[in-house]
Ligand binder design. Sequence first.
Ligand code: DON
Length: 545
Amino acid sequence: MAVSQPGLAAPTGPGAAAISTAHPQATAAGREILNQGGNAFDAAVAIAAALAVVEPAGSGLGGGGFWLLHRADDGFEVMVDARERAPLAAHADMYLNETGEPVPGLSLDGALAAAIPGTPAALVHIAERYGRLSLNKSLAPARRLARRGFLVTERYQRLAGWRLRALRASPAAAQIFLDGGAVPALGYRVKQPDLARVLKQIAKHGRAGFYAGRTAKQLVDGVRAAGGIWSLEDLAAYHVIERVPVKGTYRDVRITSAALPSSGGIVLMQILNMLQDEALEQLPSASRYHLLVEAMRRAYRDRALYLGDPDFVAIDTARLLNQGYADRLRAGINASEATPSDTLSAPQGEGTQTTHFSVMDAEGSRVAATLTINYAFGSCFLPPQTGILLNNEMDDFVVKPGVPNAYGLVGGRANAIAPGKTPLSSMTPTFLESPKAVVILGTPGGSRIITMVLLATLEFVQERGGPQDWVALPRFHHQYLPDTVVYEPGAFSAVDLQALHDLGHQLKARERPYGNMQIVFWDKRGNQVDAASDPRGEGLAWVER
Ligand code: DON
């Protein structure tokens, strides 16, 4: 246990640590590091590295993500943007054929789909700047897991089955993640000695263990031999960016969430701003759902219209987050009729992979991190001898204006491909803080991430249930285009479904549930710490007792 030493612990800290991740062995890695005297940031490094090993479909050293940090000592908060960036040889039309149409699969499968990874740089940066332990110590559990192997679960089987063809196309990926070219049996042990070696290089040499030297050369050679466009210069140029998180309030809750190049915090706050004056609890359920869907539609329209990498395009974030602007959008919502998305101005010329974890140490420092390689098993391409499965984050760019990406999202120039640019994300690691409690939350799920975080936020604000209920809550979602409300089984009663249909909504039930939310919760009134892992996944929540 991370024993708080009398006199040293912040008097207002929770006094107990908690972790929730998508994999029991990642949760264990975090505990191990807290036990060694690490803080929440060291634990986060250990967890992310462990997830890179035991949940290879979701995130990894070949990917990127956003890390929201809160330091207990002084209340300092920052978002570490370790999102992947487009290679310098990338260009706007790189996934189009001679007639200007997208080539199916080109931005999704194989070496050309991969952007320059950020997770290795994040591990080094966070350990060095915010951790207490050496990087070597914090990476040790992941190295051990990579060497000894992890056991194939049902979820792994399902995701590998879905990506089987693309995995088979990369012999080095197939060798590690498949068994004789087929989905491995339950309990099959996946060992990753090359990945263990790269983790050791990073532990020893920091950034240079990945972005320079032998690993960098192997990555670039492998990518280029398979038709990709990476260069050594791309890797050398990669650096994380510390950004000011998006902040807002809804009722008495302070929200701290992901800033651009994630759309998460902005879209979340826009929706909440549209709901500021609503007594949601008092509305009949169908009216409440209708209002939420209409607010989602409008915020996602703005995502498609305006959002992209803020270092490449001018984005008036202040206007989008302005209450007066939200009030005007709210005024356009018709209580008795759905607004067809195609009557809102369109962009001009414009699942359950990924992973989220939440961690808090006994002093109250905390991390919400959502990390990804995008699709299940990313691009499915693994440069030989590296052990690094590469992302397909390039598909989060707009490959062609108006053409939906893998999550059905459309966009325009703001999110067009350019050299060195970061694709727009929906990842929404978030802190909620009221006078009574702190919540650390997030989830995978592509475009649906933001509405999942929204629904959980509203439950917290309305003081309905606890973390176990919020992660399990049936979900619904609207993202402007396609003009459809998608919902999980059980999200709406038959009566509400009929009412929403009568209001003019297109409704589509999802066959499979979605998301994999991880929550850490600190009830400050009774000083109780709690944590919950989404029952849809295979994760594990742990609380220090
Ligand atoms: O950054 C994004 O928004 C996506 N690449 C996240 C992908 C994701 O959550 C996949 N899970 N279903």
